[in-house]
Write a protein that binds this ligand. Structure first.
Ligand code: MG
Length: 296
């Protein structure tokens, strides 16, 4: 009962707001579940509070090195520049290719950890012993407007805009509570095309495919960019770890030609794919799962 209560709380917390699918629900970025009305939003017993605290601390420890790498390493910056350089070359090739001219050109990109850097916000939380980035935490972070631009992102986006190619931000930030704050933050960062037609957040369906399809009806999409397999139109939503890897293998020729991937060792669907209900396992259970993979 204790664990199921805790799991329920966690599920609700994720749903409640922005759905940061960060270390909590680990979907595409913001959580995948819609805010539902009926859930308790507080942990009620001392035992539940202690278990939650233990989990927050454990997740902070497991995320520390990945997040440190993103925040400090020359290699992470280099990979960001590499991603934007590859993308820019593909955009310019498309602009020069007359076979594309039947429809206007567009690129489709995720936001968090693709052009927007949230590692400072997560790092501060981890330093305070909380690696569990639930919806209330994420909503507060979004509304503070402190998301930063990734290295090279502003220059890349403005050059794409200058080339006359449309930019669509397809993000799973939860629109009802995070749309206005997101638009304000992106504008302050100097991103182009920040308006209701181009910023497509999660409203009713966390699967991005319907949003991809709607864009592709009107535009020739030359490029998809993201830090999560769900940022690409290849059907990984809800798939197991083995299925996800199989789908990626089947699309191996698209990476660097139609898809550009950014690294994210801190959070993502790759974590929730480790085991069914992985996010709701106890630290001890997660360690068992982790060790099985490490020793394969
Ligand atoms: Mg992302």
């Amino acid at each position: 009962m204790k664990r199921s209560s805790l799991a329920w709380y966690v599920a609700v917390a994720c749903l409640g707001g922005s759905l940061f699918v960060g270390p909590v629900v680990q979907a595409d970025s913001p959580t995948t579940v819609k805010a539902s009305s009926i859930v308790p939003t507080t942990v009620t017993t001392q035992a539940e509070q202690a278990a939650l605290k233990q989990k927050q601390q454990y997740q902070a420890e497991t995320e520390t090195m990945g997040l440190l790498w993103m925040r400090t390493s020359a290699e992470y910056r280099a990979l960001a520049y590499q991603g934007y350089n590859v993308a820019m070359n593909l955009v310019k090739m498309a602009v020069a290719d007359p076979s594309h001219q039947r429809k206007p050109l567009a690129i489709v990109l995720d936001a968090d950890e693709t052009v927007v850097d949230n590692t400072k916000l997560m790092g501060e939380s981890i330093a305070n012993g909380n690696g569990r980035f639930d919806a209330p935490w994420w909503r507060q972070a979004v509304h503070q407007g402190k998301s930063q631009a990734m290295p090279g992102a502003v220059e890349f986006l403005n050059e794409v805009h200058k080339q006359g190619v449309e930019i669509f931000y397809v993000s799973n930030r939860y629109a009802p509570v995070n749309y206005d704050a997101t638009v304000q933050n992106f504008k302050e960062l100097g991103f182009p095309s920040v308006d209701k037609d181009h910023v497509l957040l999660f409203e009713k369906d966390s699967d991005k495919q319907p949003r991809f399809d709607a864009i592709a009806k009107k535009y020739s999409v030359v490029l998809y960019m993201g830090d999560n397999a769900g940022d690409f139109p290849i059907g990984t939503k809800g798939k197991t770890l083995a299925e996800r890897n199989g789908i990626i293998d089947a699309h191996k020729e698209d990476f660097g030609t139609t898809f550009v991937v950014f690294p994210n060792p801190a959070y993502g669907s790759w974590v929730s794919a480790l085991a069914k209900g992985y996010q709701n396992l106890s630290p001890e259970e997660q360690k068992q799962v982790n060790n099985q993979y490490l020793q394969q």
